[in-house]
Design a protein around this ligand. Structure first.
Ligand SMILES: [Mn+2]
Length: 411
């Protein structure tokens, strides 16, 4: 039982002690006086609960009195759960994962990591803002065995770097749907998931709500990541918060021409593609989604190539289709799509390597507002203005499967 009640005395003249007033007017464990309904005054020791509250009385009253004042110090109540953590994004890492991990490490006090080698867009942005490339997660998990791990920009097992022990995960900061392969933890963890266009938007917003200004390089990286994930604020996943944070970060970084910067980074992203083999193109930005319904259960891979020059990519259709087939087989996937997205015109074409893909895509992407029926080529589907895997591609496929899609092989 608790350390309550203690000794009783009847002492009319003693005034009840108000716990939350008069900071530092008492010491811990000082006797407390409680007046009962019968007018009896009880003298007792503080309980351990009261001691815990009393210990924090000074900070609490500073907090309360600052709530409505200009000197409001929110720093008093920043949770320390993430302090000292390793912040890491998803496999086949991208700008948002890298910028988000750098920003979060700066904000919460920790170290940023990369889950795989950075792409050419990220490399361009790191150089542009004079920032160092984050360390490899494989090294950090060994160098810092005690550190917790905070996932940024993902929470699906399929996107987790295999060197990460799920037991070590202490937090998730993300902007993706909680699908059926979400990480499962034994203990509660810190979660910050918002339906915004980029994970870096959440980090920028957290900087500002905590009244902190990110240093210029961090602000620049966050801004470029938002531009990357939202396709220069033009993609369908863009929210007002993404626009607002870009506006603020542009001021902090003195960026006058955001369009110019966006076109430079998109060009850097596209340049890399020319030197890649078809198998590298197919595996570069690929995510898998598992489904289980009465009629269909399996894993569907969905690869995306975002480029400023889709014609060049589509000209390699034949070898890309071959690589899709090959990769599907080696990864044991039931289906594998490749969407070639023109990130300037905001227009896509879908490559379908087998009958399952065709059957699924033709039933998923039909009707008003979706695709134009294809050209003469049955392995390419013009997806019109659909550009986002998260918002445009996966939801119709998911719906189609949930609505009873079944595939019967012709063989
Ligand atoms: Mn992202």
């Amino acid at each position: 039982m608790s350390d309550f009640p203690m000794d009783y005395i009847s002492e009319d003249k003693i005034k009840p002690h108000r716990l939350m007033r008069g900071a530092s007017s008492f010491s811990l464990d000082e006797k407390m006086y409680t007046t009962t309904e019968e007018g009896l005054t009880i003298k007792r020791n503080r309980t351990s609960t009261e001691n815990e509250v009393a210990k924090r009385e000074k900070t609490a009253s500073a907090f309360v009195s600052s709530l409505n004042s200009e000197s409001f110090d929110v720093g008093l109540y920043i949770p320390s759960t993430l302090e000292g953590s390793i912040f890491v994004g998803h496999l086949v890492t991208d700008m948002d994962s890298i910028a988000g991990s750098i920003g979060a490490a700066d904000l919460y006090g920790g170290v940023s990591a990369r889950a795989s080698e950075v792409n050419s867009e990220t490399k361009f942005c790191l150089e542009y803002w004079g920032m160092a490339k984050p360390q490899k997660i494989e090294d950090l998990v060994i160098d810092r065995p005690e550190a917790g791990i905070c996932l940024v920009d993902h929470q699906q097992m399929s996107q987790l770097n295999p060197c990460i022990d799920v037991e070590r995960i202490v937090g998730v900061i993300d902007h993706h749907a909680l699908q059926n392969a979400t990480i499962v933890t034994d203990r509660p963890i810190y979660i910050d998931i918002r339906p915004w266009g980029s994970m870096s938007t959440i980090i920028a917003h957290n900087f500002f709500t905590l009244k902190k200004v990110p240093r210029r390089g961090v602000a620049g990286m966050l801004m470029c990541a938002i531009l990357s994930d939202t396709l220069n604020l033009q993609g369908p996943t863009t929210t007002d918060w993404d626009k607002a944070m870009v506006a603020v970060l542009a001021q902090i970084t003195d960026t006058v021409d955001i369009n110019l910067l966006a076109s430079k980074q998109f060009k850097a992203k596209s340049q890399e593609l020319a030197g890649l083999t078809s198998i590298q193109l197919v595996t570069g930005d690929q995510k898998s989604f598992s489904f289980k319904t009465e009629h269909f259960s399996g894993i569907i891979g969905f690869a995306v190539i975002e480029t400023t020059d889709d014609e060049v990519i589509l000209a390699r259709k034949t070898e890309l289709l071959e690589s899709l087939k090959e990769n599907k087989k080696s990864k044991n996937l039931d289906g594998l799509f490749l969407a070639v997205v023109n990130i300037v015109d905001l227009h896509s074409n879908l490559l379908m390597c087998d009958d399952l893909e065709k059957s699924l895509a033709f039933s998923a992407f039909k009707g008003d507002g979706y695709s134009h029926p294809s050209t003469a080529d049955p392995s390419v589907l013009d997806l019109g203005a659909l550009v986002s895997r998260k918002k445009d591609f996966i939801p119709p496929i998911t719906k189609c499967i949930k609505d009873g899609f079944a595939f019967c092989s012709a063989e």
